[in-house]
Design a protein around this ligand. Structure first.
Ligand SMILES: Nc1ncnc2c1ncn2[C@@H]1O[C@H](COP(=O)(O)OP(=O)(O)OP(=O)(O)O)[C@@H](O)[C@H]1O
Length: 260
């Protein structure tokens, strides 16, 4: 497997909280999807925010290195990060509303986002935006582009947010609970769309979620975190059928099953 991202012995500390993640190792290949699961406060968000260099200034990386395509990105400067984020890596958050300027039409925000990273004319950026919206199953592109964020449902906003990330063709998407604010049907649709992206764009995805069933559905590998440490990290089939820790067994037992 060709490595896209490698996290080595990562430890992050918050004052007053101690080490909130400790000695984390993680490797993601090209086109691979990894699901990171674990209870609230286990350090999932801290891990992906560290990878994306989006940690709170209070946090301190006590040890560890992060390699992206073989380059150590931990000590990149602001300019290098600006280029890496967007062009090569993108993050999708739980609340899509927080991406958007509430008083600017979606289309203007989308075109500005594309033009800030790619040398394209306004017309070319507009075409790319619409093309990417269709890939995210938003077919009424004119209506979406002319809308203000409040005029779209949560699911539509999340699709637009994913489309904005995608238009820049990142190699890695870190998605932090991207579907947990959405209804069950929309959750499933967005998971399916993310899986298709991997097929079409060869995007690797880190999917942080509380939803063990959703992670299992989407991912090739799963990592289970507890109290800042990794308790299980293996191929998804293995984790689901032969979990090696009691904690993972408990998480599996808690997955709701449909009757009938
Ligand atoms: N900005 C911060 N300042 C201080 N402590 C923080 C900060 N952000 C996170 N923490 C602490 O780090 C620990 C891990 O939190 P984190 O958000 O990474 O967990 P999580 O697994 O993503 O949880 P959730 O599933 O609830 O989002 C928690 O104890 C939390 O209190």
């Amino acid at each position: 497997m060709r490595k896209l991202l490698e996290v080595k012995s990562l430890t992050v500390h918050y004052p007053g909280e101690g080490n909130v993640i400790e000695d984390i190792n993680l490797t993601i290949g090209y086109k691979e999807i990894i699901g990171i699961v674990g209870e609230s406060g286990s350090g999932k968000t801290t891990l992906v925010r560290t990878i994306m260099n989006l940690l709170s200034p209070l946090a301190e990386i006590r040890s560890g290195e992060i390699y992206f395509e073989g380059k150590n990105i931990r000590h990149y400067n602001k300019e290098q990060w600006r280029s890496l984020r967007g062009n090569d890596m993108a993050m999708i958050f739980q609340n899509p509303g927080s991406y958007f300027n509430p008083i600017m039409r979606i289309g203007k925000q989308f075109v500005e986002c594309i033009q800030s990273h790619k040398k394209l004319s306004k017309v070319e950026a507009l075409d790319l935006a619409k093309e990417t919206l269709v890939k995210m199953n938003l077919h009424e592109t004119d209506r979406v582009m002319n809308a203000y964020p409040f005029q779209l449902s949560g699911g539509m906003k999340q699709r637009v947010a994913i489309a904005m990330a995608l238009a820049l063709e990142p190699k890695l998407i870190c998605a932090d609970e991207p579907t947990s604010a959405l209804d069950v049907l929309t959750q499933k649709q967005i998971m399916d769309e993310l899986m298709l992206l991997r097929e079409h764009f060869h995007t690797s995805i880190i999917m942080v979620t509380h939803n063990m069933g959703g992670a299992a559905y989407m991912s090739d590998k799963m990592m289970v975190m507890r109290n800042g440490s990794v308790v299980e990290h293996d191929k998804t089939d293995k984790v689901m059928t032969q979990p090696s820790t009691i904690y993972t067994q408990e998480l599996l037992a808690a997955i709701p099953h449909m009757k009938g």
